[in-house]
Design a protein around this ligand. Structure first.
Ligand SMILES: [Zn+2]
Ligand SMILES: [Zn+2]
Length: 183
Protein backbone atom coordinates (compact mmCIF):
# COMPACT_ATOMS: atom_id res chain seq x y z
CA UNK A 1 0.00 0.00 0.00
CA UNK A 2 1.25 3.44 -0.93
CA UNK A 3 0.06 6.79 -2.16
CA UNK A 4 0.21 7.48 -5.88
CA UNK A 5 0.99 11.15 -6.35
CA UNK A 6 0.12 12.44 -9.81
CA UNK A 7 2.05 15.63 -10.42
CA UNK A 8 0.78 18.02 -13.06
CA UNK A 9 3.55 19.41 -15.30
CA UNK A 10 2.39 22.97 -14.61
CA UNK A 11 2.77 22.60 -10.82
CA UNK A 12 5.94 23.65 -8.96
CA UNK A 13 8.54 22.23 -11.41
CA UNK A 14 11.27 20.18 -9.77
CA UNK A 15 9.58 19.95 -6.39
CA UNK A 16 7.69 16.66 -6.82
CA UNK A 17 10.39 14.48 -5.28
CA UNK A 18 11.17 16.66 -2.23
CA UNK A 19 7.42 16.95 -1.60
CA UNK A 20 6.91 13.19 -1.95
CA UNK A 21 9.78 12.49 0.46
CA UNK A 22 8.40 14.95 3.02
CA UNK A 23 4.86 13.56 2.74
CA UNK A 24 6.09 9.96 3.04
CA UNK A 25 7.84 10.85 6.31
CA UNK A 26 4.75 12.64 7.61
CA UNK A 27 2.23 9.89 6.84
CA UNK A 28 4.72 7.05 7.35
CA UNK A 29 3.79 5.46 4.04
CA UNK A 30 5.48 5.17 0.64
CA UNK A 31 4.60 7.90 -1.85
CA UNK A 32 5.14 7.23 -5.55
CA UNK A 33 5.32 10.16 -7.97
CA UNK A 34 4.05 9.98 -11.53
CA UNK A 35 3.60 12.69 -14.11
CA UNK A 36 -0.08 13.56 -14.46
CA UNK A 37 -1.51 12.80 -17.88
CA UNK A 38 -5.12 13.61 -17.08
CA UNK A 39 -6.68 16.66 -18.64
CA UNK A 40 -8.33 18.75 -15.97
CA UNK A 41 -12.06 19.24 -16.21
CA UNK A 42 -14.49 21.37 -14.21
CA UNK A 43 -13.37 24.82 -15.40
CA UNK A 44 -15.87 27.50 -14.40
CA UNK A 45 -15.75 30.39 -16.85
CA UNK A 46 -17.31 32.92 -14.48
CA UNK A 47 -15.10 32.08 -11.51
CA UNK A 48 -11.97 31.39 -13.58
CA UNK A 49 -11.40 28.44 -11.27
CA UNK A 50 -11.71 24.65 -11.39
CA UNK A 51 -14.40 22.77 -9.51
CA UNK A 52 -12.45 20.46 -7.19
CA UNK A 53 -15.34 17.97 -7.11
CA UNK A 54 -15.36 17.63 -10.89
CA UNK A 55 -11.63 16.91 -10.79
CA UNK A 56 -12.19 14.25 -8.12
CA UNK A 57 -14.87 12.64 -10.34
CA UNK A 58 -12.40 12.33 -13.19
CA UNK A 59 -9.67 11.13 -10.86
CA UNK A 60 -11.93 8.32 -9.67
CA UNK A 61 -12.49 7.17 -13.26
CA UNK A 62 -8.73 7.19 -13.71
CA UNK A 63 -8.32 5.13 -10.56
CA UNK A 64 -10.70 2.51 -11.90
CA UNK A 65 -8.87 2.51 -15.21
CA UNK A 66 -5.59 1.91 -13.38
CA UNK A 67 -7.31 -0.87 -11.41
CA UNK A 68 -5.63 0.27 -8.22
CA UNK A 69 -6.85 0.38 -4.63
CA UNK A 70 -4.07 2.75 -3.65
CA UNK A 71 -5.12 6.34 -2.96
CA UNK A 72 -4.56 8.83 -5.79
CA UNK A 73 -3.46 12.36 -4.97
CA UNK A 74 -3.27 14.88 -7.79
CA UNK A 75 -1.15 18.03 -7.43
CA UNK A 76 -2.03 20.86 -9.81
CA UNK A 77 -1.26 24.52 -10.32
CA UNK A 78 -4.88 25.38 -11.13
CA UNK A 79 -7.02 27.44 -8.76
CA UNK A 80 -9.66 25.23 -7.11
CA UNK A 81 -13.04 25.98 -5.60
CA UNK A 82 -15.69 24.00 -3.79
CA UNK A 83 -19.34 24.94 -3.31
CA UNK A 84 -19.60 27.48 -0.52
CA UNK A 85 -15.97 28.61 -0.54
CA UNK A 86 -14.06 31.18 -2.58
CA UNK A 87 -11.23 28.72 -2.99
CA UNK A 88 -9.79 25.53 -1.50
CA UNK A 89 -6.15 24.53 -1.02
CA UNK A 90 -7.25 20.94 -1.62
CA UNK A 91 -10.10 18.48 -1.36
CA UNK A 92 -10.35 14.76 -0.61
CA UNK A 93 -13.10 12.19 -1.15
CA UNK A 94 -12.44 9.38 1.28
CA UNK A 95 -15.11 7.06 -0.21
CA UNK A 96 -13.30 7.18 -3.57
CA UNK A 97 -9.72 7.31 -2.28
CA UNK A 98 -8.99 10.41 -4.34
CA UNK A 99 -7.68 13.87 -3.48
CA UNK A 100 -6.49 17.01 -5.24
CA UNK A 101 -4.17 19.77 -4.03
CA UNK A 102 -3.45 23.10 -5.71
CA UNK A 103 0.02 24.62 -5.39
CA UNK A 104 -1.14 28.02 -6.66
CA UNK A 105 -2.13 29.66 -3.37
CA UNK A 106 0.68 27.90 -1.49
CA UNK A 107 3.29 29.87 -3.43
CA UNK A 108 4.70 33.09 -1.95
CA UNK A 109 4.52 34.68 -5.39
CA UNK A 110 0.72 34.48 -5.34
CA UNK A 111 0.82 36.98 -2.46
CA UNK A 112 3.55 39.16 -3.95
CA UNK A 113 6.17 37.72 -1.59
CA UNK A 114 9.64 36.45 -2.49
CA UNK A 115 9.68 33.00 -4.09
CA UNK A 116 10.88 30.18 -1.82
CA UNK A 117 11.15 26.53 -2.79
CA UNK A 118 11.52 25.34 0.84
CA UNK A 119 8.29 27.19 1.79
CA UNK A 120 6.47 25.74 -1.19
CA UNK A 121 7.68 22.17 -0.55
CA UNK A 122 6.61 22.41 3.08
CA UNK A 123 3.15 23.78 2.26
CA UNK A 124 2.35 21.31 -0.54
CA UNK A 125 3.52 18.52 1.79
CA UNK A 126 1.33 19.74 4.67
CA UNK A 127 -1.69 20.11 2.43
CA UNK A 128 -1.08 16.68 0.85
CA UNK A 129 -0.66 14.97 4.22
CA UNK A 130 -3.90 16.63 5.38
CA UNK A 131 -5.83 15.23 2.41
CA UNK A 132 -4.22 11.79 2.88
CA UNK A 133 -5.36 11.97 6.50
CA UNK A 134 -8.93 12.37 5.21
CA UNK A 135 -8.45 9.45 2.80
CA UNK A 136 -7.42 7.34 5.76
CA UNK A 137 -10.57 8.30 7.65
CA UNK A 138 -9.47 11.22 9.82
CA UNK A 139 -11.72 14.24 10.36
CA UNK A 140 -10.69 17.80 11.06
CA UNK A 141 -8.88 18.61 14.29
CA UNK A 142 -9.21 21.71 16.46
CA UNK A 143 -5.50 21.78 17.37
CA UNK A 144 -4.10 24.65 15.22
CA UNK A 145 -0.69 22.95 15.03
CA UNK A 146 -2.05 19.59 13.86
CA UNK A 147 -1.95 18.53 10.22
CA UNK A 148 -5.69 17.84 10.36
CA UNK A 149 -6.50 21.43 11.33
CA UNK A 150 -8.38 23.04 8.39
CA UNK A 151 -6.47 26.23 7.50
CA UNK A 152 -8.41 29.07 5.89
CA UNK A 153 -5.35 31.21 5.23
CA UNK A 154 -1.70 30.73 4.34
CA UNK A 155 -0.70 31.93 7.81
CA UNK A 156 -2.89 29.27 9.40
CA UNK A 157 -1.29 26.67 7.15
CA UNK A 158 2.18 27.92 8.09
CA UNK A 159 1.31 27.72 11.78
CA UNK A 160 0.69 23.97 11.49
CA UNK A 161 3.56 21.65 12.27
CA UNK A 162 4.44 18.78 9.94
CA UNK A 163 2.94 16.21 12.30
CA UNK A 164 -0.40 14.81 13.36
CA UNK A 165 -1.23 15.71 16.97
CA UNK A 166 -1.19 12.88 19.49
CA UNK A 167 -4.95 12.07 19.41
CA UNK A 168 -4.97 12.15 15.58
CA UNK A 169 -1.91 9.88 15.50
CA UNK A 170 -3.66 7.41 17.82
CA UNK A 171 -6.81 7.51 15.68
CA UNK A 172 -4.76 6.97 12.53
CA UNK A 173 -2.97 3.99 14.06
CA UNK A 174 -6.36 2.51 15.06
CA UNK A 175 -7.76 2.98 11.55
CA UNK A 176 -4.71 1.32 10.02
CA UNK A 177 -4.87 -1.62 12.42
CA UNK A 178 -8.53 -2.14 11.54
CA UNK A 179 -7.71 -2.04 7.82
CA UNK A 180 -4.98 -4.62 8.15
CA UNK A 181 -7.29 -6.94 10.04
CA UNK A 182 -10.08 -6.62 7.45
CA UNK A 183 -10.10 -9.40 4.84
ZN1 LIG B 1 -9.69 18.91 5.47
ZN1 LIG C 1 -5.10 16.51 15.46
Amino acid sequence: MGIKMLWDTTAAPGLALPVARTVAAMVDMPVFVEENRLLLNGYDNDRKQYDARAILDRLFLQKRRLKTDDPLLLVVQHDLFDQGSDFVFGLARASAGTAVVSALRLDNRYYGRVESDPDLVERIAKESAHEIGHLEGLDHCADPECIMFPPRTLDELDRKRKVFCHPCRERLAGLRRRRIRAP
